[in-house]
Design a protein around this ligand. Structure first.
Ligand SMILES: [Cu+2]
Length: 158
């Protein structure tokens, strides 16, 4: 019961703690919904840049996503493949990221790796800080090595 749907999305590094906290908070009675571990999504405004990246066998679509530094961003990651895919990047190192997964919100300092199950959708909110060209990659290995199959892309922050 403790590990329900949300476990299908496995997280690594910094975010593991944040997700566990968020999942725990989700289980609390509604009066406790405003637990410190769960943050409400930043309200949508017209100043938010938006992008969607689809993950599938064996590529990111589009392969290149461009965001502006200093402007709030909403980045949607959707696995439309038939196997688990990863979103691995250095672009969000040290950046405060609010992540929404299956209705659960969590805020974390930095994000380096996400594992997204088939049909899974993750919404990331953050303000890109550092400009540069950052690789995004999938290092999943089932049924074969996704990285070797060419599952790499770029996040260009200008
Ligand atoms: Cu993959």
């Amino acid at each position: 019961m403790r590990y329900s749907n949300t476990t299908s999305l496995l997280l690594c590094g910094f975010i593991a703690c944040a997700l566990i906290a968020a999942v725990s908070a989700e289980m609390l009675p509604s009066s406790d919904e405003k637990s410190a571990a769960v943050h409400h999504e930043i309200p949508y405004t017209s100043g938010v840049q938006q992008a969607t990246i689809y993950l599938q066998e064996y590529r990111f679509e589009p392969a290149l996503t461009t965001l502006k530094a200093g402007q709030p961003a909403r980045l949607v990651l959707i696995n439309r493949g038939n196997t688990v895919h990863e979103f691995v990047t250095d672009a969000l190192h040290g950046v405060v990221v609010t992540m929404k997964v299956q209705g659960t919100l969590a805020e974390m300092q930095g994000l380096s790796e996400l594992e997204i199950p088939p049909g899974g959708k993750v919404v990331l909110r953050f303000t890109p800080e550092q400009t540069g060209e950052f690789a995004i990659a999938c290092h999943a290995s089932m049924p074969k090595d996704h990285f070797k199959q060419g599952m790499v892309g770029k996040l260009l922050i200008q």
